[in-house]
Design a protein around this ligand. Structure first.
Ligand code: HEM
Length: 409
């Protein structure tokens, strides 16, 4: 049992409340280890009040991610229920809020843009963007916040260029998406309806401008798809733009942040990569496995009773799949807490599994590999400017990564 937490009764099950304090966000691993060991499939109450079944063992998580009896449709976005209909529809008709056959149709429309080959062609441009960010870090002088001054910018610039979203607008949509992804950390999802309404207004304006003056970007291509046939309706178009913009920049920032945290606190790992940069891709997989930037997959709803590890989740219940807990399961990964550059068969779940497997995985890997290679090469003397235990991690069960990473360069 978690120390100090009295058992509570929840619909007939004895459950221990997870204590969502900053100490938990900073190091949730011991709590997840205990859950995996003692009650790997159990109901919990999230900080936003949502009651949900939490799955923590690798085998169960992988089975749940691929289970067609767990629907994305009824979950329709964890914060979506607080939204008024005119805002809700244009934000909740995307890939992560759909089951087949709609999911299959929507995914086919965008998947060709994100194949490993298409993404590899972006390497020179991502390299240029990274080099410019490194140059501006140098101009800053002796110190910087690696999250705010580098990690945030690379993914956001890449996804904006890909979609054709003006980079000058980033302050606005970063504010809105940050409220929306942090909603799992607070009671009632404070600020979500306002942020969502502002985002929808922005997207509708942008789509209108692109429709009037199409360019060679992904958003213009999706608008043409919409306007030429019946394969994408207006809400699906807005929702797709919303999901790509959100997923394109709220995730990779945390991979770069948590990976740099590891490198700055583990001189042995850093020395290995400095000695042999060809190890960077293997390091990225370990960063993903150890500090899954998407801590918990987006919620699903059981359409019928489902049983994992001998525990039955009733029909109608919401299900949360802990990618962070799964990827440190000793049943799947020997010495799961160790950083191992030679780990064989590193099939972690950080990008999910099954039909909703991350569309942007090749892009995220490319951005991260370039980021770590460039940062290590540019700043061999870089060090954390605060003690490691003073680095706070983002609150909330959806996204995991350091809030800020103050360094001396
Ligand atoms: C390190 C960075 C990233 C991580 C860890 C990550 C993780 C994930 C995970 C775990 C899922 C599945 C969620 C679920 O099943 O509930 C997912 C889906 C998705 N991701 Fe990523 N992602 C990352 C970067 C990106 C990028 C850069 C893009 C942008 C292009 C992107 C676009 C998507 C989309 C569109 C889906 C939905 C796919 C579907 O439902 O078919 N992701 N991602």
């Amino acid at each position: 049992m978690i120390p100090g937490a009295p058992p509570i009764r929840y619909r007939g099950y004895v459950t221990t409340p997870l204590q969502f304090t900053q100490a938990f966000w900073n190091n949730p691993h011991p709590v997840y280890a205990q859950l995996r060991e003692e009650s790997p499939v159990r109901p919990v109450t999230l900080p936003n009040g949502m009651e949900i079944w939490l799955v923590t063992r690798y085998a169960d998580c992988r089975a749940a991610l691929a289970d067609p009896r767990l629907s994305k449709r009824q979950g329709a976005g964890d914060n979506a229920r607080s939204l008024a209909q005119p805002v809700r529809s244009p934000l909740t008709r995307h890939l992560l809020a759909n089951d087949p056959p709609d999911h299959t149709r929507l995914r086919r429309l965008v998947s060709r843009e994100f194949t490993a080959r298409r993404v590899e062609a972006l390497r020179p441009r991502v390299g240029e963007l990274s080099a410019a960010l490194i140059a501006s870090l140098r101009e800053r002088g002796a110190s910087a916040d690696l999250v705010e001054d580098y990690a945030v910018h690379l993914p956001i610039q890449v996804i904006c260029e890909l979609l054709g979203v003006p980079i000058e607008d980033q302050a606005d949509f970063r504010r809105w998406t940050s409220v929306m992804v942090s909603a799992s950390a607070s009671a009632g999802g404070a600020g979500v309806p306002e942020a969502a309404a502002a985002f929808v207004g922005y997207l509708l304006g942008l789509i209108g401008r692109k429709r009037a003056a199409p360019a060679g970007d992904l958003l213009s291509a999706l608008i043409a798809t919409r306007d030429e046939g019946d394969r994408l309706d207006e809400d699906e178009l807005t929702s797709m733009a919303f999901l790509l913009l959100l997923a394109g920049h709220e995730t990779t920032v945390n991979l770069i942040g948590s990976g740099m945290y590891t490198l700055l606190t583990r001189p042995d790992v850093r020395r290995s990569l400095e000695a042999d940069p060809a190890l960077v891709p293997a390091a990225v997989e370990e960063f993903l496995r150890l500090e899954s930037p998407v801590e918990t997959a987006t919620s699903r709803t059981a359409t019928e009773p489902v049983t994992y590890g001998g525990v039955t989740i009733p029909a109608g219940a919401m299900v949360a799949i802990s990618l962070l807990a799964a990827d440190r399961d000793p049943e799947r990964f020997p010495e799961p807490d160790a950083f191992d550059l030679g780990r064989p068969d590193n099939q972690h779940l950080a990008f999910g599994y099954g039909i909703h497997y991350c569309l942007g995985a090749p892009l995220a890997r490319l951005e991260a590999q370039i980021a770590f290679t460039d940062l290590l090469a540019a700043f061999p003397g870089m060090a954390l400017a605060v003690p490691a235990d003073r680095v706070d991690w983002r609150p909330g069960t959806l996204i995991r990564g350091p809030v800020a990473l103050p360094v001396t360069l």
